[in-house]
Ligand binder design. Structure first.
Ligand SMILES: NC(=O)c1ccc[n+]([C@@H]2O[C@H](COP(=O)([O-])OP(=O)(O)OC[C@H]3O[C@@H](n4cnc5c(N)ncnc54)[C@H](OP(=O)(O)O)[C@@H]3O)[C@@H](O)[C@H]2O)c1
Length: 328
């Protein structure tokens, strides 16, 4: 593919959706331990536009212009030196690095260790939804909250906030693989969907009980998978069981302060900030669950690469139900 050009969407500095530009750029070449993928579907995550807004500077992006997006499904078209587990023609799901991005393009280079084979039962859009959102839901439940997804643990009461979003909709389904009672918050339009994903009880987040996160059946939560933002510790605290934990996936300064304070005072109730750790074996597990019909990706909307800015604006709006997909 060396010397060939491809359609990509990039930005040249921090900005808004209007700053996304369409460009013809060289197809990248896979280096050692990398594969070149022909992209079939890419999903967006809020972190993609947060990087563009400069909220994660100076860490991300590494340089401008930057082709954003990290979650994709595609076909292996070239294999770099040292790659043993993939051949040309393999269909895969891959997680790219947030430093380099590359997902909003016709071709992208992925680390072999963060790509997994995609069986025919898993569509490109379903697979592309999984990496950041699915891995975050999985790690929040299993690593941070200690839920065993083989159902072997003792019953845990879980609250999942923003259960209709990218992370939340996977979290509800994964939590129900364990021995859990799941209460979920969402807007009224998504109540039936979130119930169909397995939630036992729903709180409409705009009602007084929803704002107070009060369990309809009077339960106290052993863990909260907190996928919404802007809810203070004082709202969580009275709803937690004796050793209840809030797993905060968007930790801001106040939740980091509360976390430190709870640790220093040996509080039994804790708030735990979570940062996703990319792991190929976790991604393989999620793809396997989709193949077996135990997990599904709810697709909010699909957008052609030509109209990637519409997908970008939709993600910024914050009202996606499931995953926003871009297709070359
Ligand atoms: N720590 C990490 O490594 C990590 C990884 C992934 C994501 N995150 C962060 O986690 C957050 C969620 O990500 P996401 O991909 O799930 O976002 P998303 O898909 O954009 O979430 C949108 C959904 O959230 C719902 N929602 C918004 N506010 C709500 C509230 N107060 N109560 C209940 N539902 C609410 C919306 O419902 P309505 O339309 O009805 O309002 C919508 O369905 C983002 O801040 C993201 O940056 C962090």
């Amino acid at each position: 593919m060396a010397g060939k050009l491809m359609h990509a969407v990039w930005y040249e500095g921090y900005g808004a959706a209007a700053a996304l530009k369409h460009a013809e750029v060289p197809v990248p070449s896979p280096k050692k331990n990398e594969v070149l993928l022909k992209v079939e579907a890419t999903s967006l995550n809020p972190v993609d536009w947060k990087i563009q807004k400069g909220l994660l500077r100076p860490l991300f992006p590494r340089k401008f212009p930057h082709i954003p997006a990290t979650d994709l499904a595609g076909e292996v078209v070239e294999v770099g030196p040292g790659v043993k587990n993939f051949s040309i023609g393999d269909k895969v799901v891959a997680l790219l690095s947030h430093f380099s991005g590359g997902g909003l393009a016709e071709f992208a280079v992925a680390q072999g260790s963060l790509a997994v084979k995609r069986p025919p039962e898993v569509s490109a859009a379903e697979g592309a939804g999984l990496p950041v959102a699915g891995l975050t839901a999985l790690q929040a439940l299993t690593k941070s909250a200690g839920i065993k997804l083989d159902g072997s643990g003792k019953t845990a009461n879980i609250l999942i906030t923003a259960a209709s979003g990218g992370v939340g909709h996977y979290a509800v389904q994964l939590a129900k693989l364990g021995n859990t009672h799941v209460t979920a918050t969402c807007g009224v339009r998504n109540i039936d969907l979130v119930k169909s994903l397995g939630a036992d009880e729903i709180l409409d987040y705009k009602t007084p009980d929803g704002v107070a996160l009060k369990s309809p059946s009077g339960r106290k939560y052993d863990a909260v998978i907190h996928c919404a933002t802007g809810i203070p510790w004082s709202t969580f605290e009275p709803n937690l069981s004796e050793r209840g934990k809030v797993i905060d996936i968007t930790p801001g300064p106040s939740s980091i302060m509360t976390c430190a304070l709870k640790k220093l005072t040996f509080s039994k109730k804790q708030i735990v900030p979570l940062l996703l750790i990319p792991k190929g074996e976790n991604l393989e597990y999620l793809v396997g669950l989709v193949k077996d019909g135990k997990l599904k990706t709810v697709v909010d909307s699909k957008h052609p690469l030509d109209k990637a800015e519409d997908a970008w604006s939709k993600s910024i709006d914050g009202h996606a139900t499931g995953k926003i997909i871009v297709e070359p």
